[in-house]
Design a protein around this ligand. Structure first.
Ligand SMILES: Nc1ncnc2c1ncn2[C@@H]1O[C@H](COP(=O)(O)OP(=O)(O)O)[C@@H](O)[C@H]1O
Ligand SMILES: O=C(O)C1=C[C@@H](OP(=O)(O)O)[C@@H](O)[C@H](O)C1
Ligand SMILES: [Mg+2]
Length: 173
């Protein structure tokens, strides 16, 4: 049993969980961990290949076990994948943890990820697809979060500072 993660980041793809997570770890002098990277390492294949070969349901089960392991043994900053909150079991694992929801509006999402071929979820009609995705997920991000930090018009450094302030965590000087 450990003290658990210092910060857990949730939020939609492109909200900056991985970028801000690494910065936060630097500020806190703590280790950074990303469950997507844990899954890729354990499976020896890319996330997109797991989706295509085994389907989303299987990916969410792998993700749940990755979150279970990470929250049990990681004492630093933990970033989750954008869809992790869709799974009931994963949400249950987050109860009581210092979870920060990185939010952004639709225009910011389209600017950051909407035009990238690497995000097929948003490839056809980015604005409409983003709104649909957020309608299904927004309440789940809010449900698991202790604090919500808006990332629109903020640099990753500013977002990291806002997370530290919101969770009342001390910065390394
Ligand atoms: N606050 C920000 N302002 C502008 N661009 C950002 C910000 N945070 C992240 N990005 C950019 O958005 C993209 C997705 O960031 P990433 O950290 O991978 O998000 P996530 O892990 O939430 O999907 C990257 O190109 C990153 O450089
Ligand atoms: O939103 C989603 O369903 C997903 C987000 C991705 O993580 P990021 O949010 O870090 O891009 C990754 O876990 C997978 O492609 C599914
Ligand atoms: Mg990420």
């Amino acid at each position: 049993m450990t003290g658990g993660p210092l910060v857990v980041l949730v939020g939609p793809m492109g909200s900056g969980k991985s970028t801000v997570g690494a910065l936060l770890a630097g500020r806190l002098g703590a280790a950074y961990r990303d469950t997507d990277a844990d899954i890729v390492a354990a499976e020896g294949r890319e996330i997109s290949d797991i989706f295509v070969e085994d389907g989303e349901e299987r990916f969410r089960a792998l993700e749940r076990e990755a979150v279970r392991t990470a929250v049990a043994e990681h004492e630093g900053v933990l970033a989750l994948g954008g869809g992790a909150v869709l799974d009931d079991g994963t949400r249950a694992l987050l109860a009581g943890l210092p979870v920060a929801y990185l939010s952004m509006d639709v225009e910011e999402a389209v600017r950051r990820v909407g035009l990238g071929a690497a995000r097929p979820l948003l490839a056809v009609n980015p604005r409409r697809q983003w709104r649909e995705l957020m309608e299904a997920r927004r309440h789940l991000y809010t449900e698991v979060a202790r604090v919500v930090v808006a990332t629109d018009d903020r640099t990753p450094e500013e977002v990291a500072d806002a997370v530290l302030d919101a969770l009342d965590l001390k910065k390394e000087t």
